[in-house]
Design a protein around this ligand. Structure first.
Ligand code: ATP
Ligand code: MN
Ligand code: MN
Length: 301
């Protein structure tokens, strides 16, 4: 894999030259997909995933022996991921600094997959400006036993309350149980302002409809309700990135959807890593044009 002058020159359509070992290893035991199929999914999906995943600190869910076996959540550089997985030092609360990971291309995605990654999670800020959040996420976590219909109506309710404040938002099915409501933001405010807005917004919703929403993490208080997990919005938190695969049964993926499509959705995992072609067709259709992008600031408080 020598770097020839041709390869070093800007070449947008450069093939993904990452060797994937153990391509036949089954990593989704209940649905049968292999490591090779997961790598092919990420290679195919890269053009539509990278606009959301590139150049921001990421955490990885790695399951080297497959999702049935031990998985771990990796935030920091372990040195072994590959030359397309870059590092950015980030100040820690205790005053020290740790190297976090970021990628910018399909090689970065695939080097992570080669090392057993299934899921990609991202910070809400860029690696070049980690103190400047640029997206707010309300992660709707339904209590067990709630219908997906309740999650859908909660998501559109949140969309409408955000719109009341002049904010455009977008829906993403997590690939698990819930919906993430994503609010793209211009940078220009810090994490304190970001977190404070998210907390107050979630608390206001739960105060207005306490039987329906809860804004505190406490499991006991969540019975029969939807937890509006605003804690994705503090410095150092991550959320699953659009088009990431999930280490869950059936190899589902997190998928952006248009608000108009939400009603027809039966659950939060309608697509899997087998659906790269359909996902790409969707992403380039009118339905999803502009998903996740808006120039807007938090309202002044
Ligand atoms: P679901 O719709 O099923 O809730 P989700 O991705 O929203 O799917 P959550 O359990 O709500 O899952 O997780 C929220 C976020 O917490 C994840 O997206 C991830 O970024 C972060 N997270 C998950 N596991 C860990 C971990 N071990 N350490 C730190 N953060 C984690
Ligand atoms: Mn969630
Ligand atoms: Mn959550």
């Amino acid at each position: 894999d020598a770097v020839t002058p041709e390869k070093a020159a800007p070449a947008p359509a450069e093939p993904a030259a990452v060797a994937i070992s153990s391509r036949e290893r089954v990593i989704f035991p209940d649905s049968g997909q292999t490591k090779g199929e997961l790598a092919d999914y990420y290679a195919a999906i890269a053009p539509i995933m990278l606009p959301f995943a590139a150049r921001r600190p990421i955490s990885l869910v790695r399951c080297p022996q497959g999702r049935g076996k031990k998985c771990f959540f990796q935030k920091h550089d372990s040195g072994a991921l590959g030359d397309a997985v870059h590092k950015v030092p980030i100040r820690e609360k205790d005053g020290g600094s740790e190297d976090y990971l970021w990628i910018e291309d399909v090689r970065g995605l695939l080097q992570c997959v080669q090392m057993g990654t299934i899921e990609f999670h991202g910070w809400a800020s860029r690696s070049s400006a980690v103190e400047a959040p640029d997206r707010m996420i309300f992660d709707l976590d339904p209590d067990e036993g709630l219908d997906f219909a309740d999650v859908k109506s909660a998501a559109t309710h949140i969309r409408d309350r955000l719109a009341d404040l002049g904010l455009v938002s977008f829906a993403m099915l997590s690939g698990g149980k819930g919906v993430h409501v994503v609010v793209p933001l211009s940078t220009g405010h810090d994490w304190e302002v970001h977190k404070d807005f998210a907390r107050r917004f979630a608390e206001a919703l739960s105060l207005a409809e306490p039987d329906r929403f809860v804004a505190t993490m406490s499991k006991a208080k969540r019975k029969g309700k939807i937890f509006i997990d605003w804690l994705r919005n503090q410095r150092g938190s991550t959320a699953v990135l659009p088009y990431s695969a999930r280490a869950r049964s059936g190899a589902p993926v997190a998928v952006p959807i248009a608000w108009g499509e939400l009603k027809a959705m039966k659950d939060a995992h309608p697509y899997s890593i087998d659906d790269a072609k359909r996902l790409i067709d969707r992403a380039t259709s009118r339905t999803l044009a502009g998903w996740g992008f808006a120039e807007q600031d938090l309202p002044a408080v």
